[in-house]
Design a protein around this ligand. Structure first.
Ligand code: ZN
Length: 86
């Protein structure tokens, strides 16, 4: 959280702390879903600061799909787990 300087790592907005229902409220996203794993839950390298909007929208869609949404300037998906990159 402090490491990310309160900036959303997805849309680069400045997150808001202390207001849980704010659209830019700070969230800690686990890049690899931690599910039952305590090691993943407490692994700082597996966390990033994101705003509430990104957390509830983009990332939950990513978790449902199983890969990161986003592409490079050529339109190729960034995530090596994307079906196009397999
Ligand atoms: Zn965001």
């Amino acid at each position: 959280m402090f490491r990310d300087l309160f900036m959303c790592q997805r849309c680069e907005c400045i997150v808001v702390t202390g207001q849980r229902n704010h659209p830019r409220a700070a969230n800690v996203n686990h890049k690899v879903p931690h599910k039952e794993s305590e090691a993943l839950f407490f692994d700082l390298n597996n966390t990033e600061t994101v705003c509430q909007t990104c957390h509830s929208g983009l990332i939950q869609r990513e978790e449902a799909r199983g890969y990161m949404i986003g592409s490079d300037i050529n339109g190729r998906p960034l995530d090596p787990k994307h079906p196009w990159n397999r």
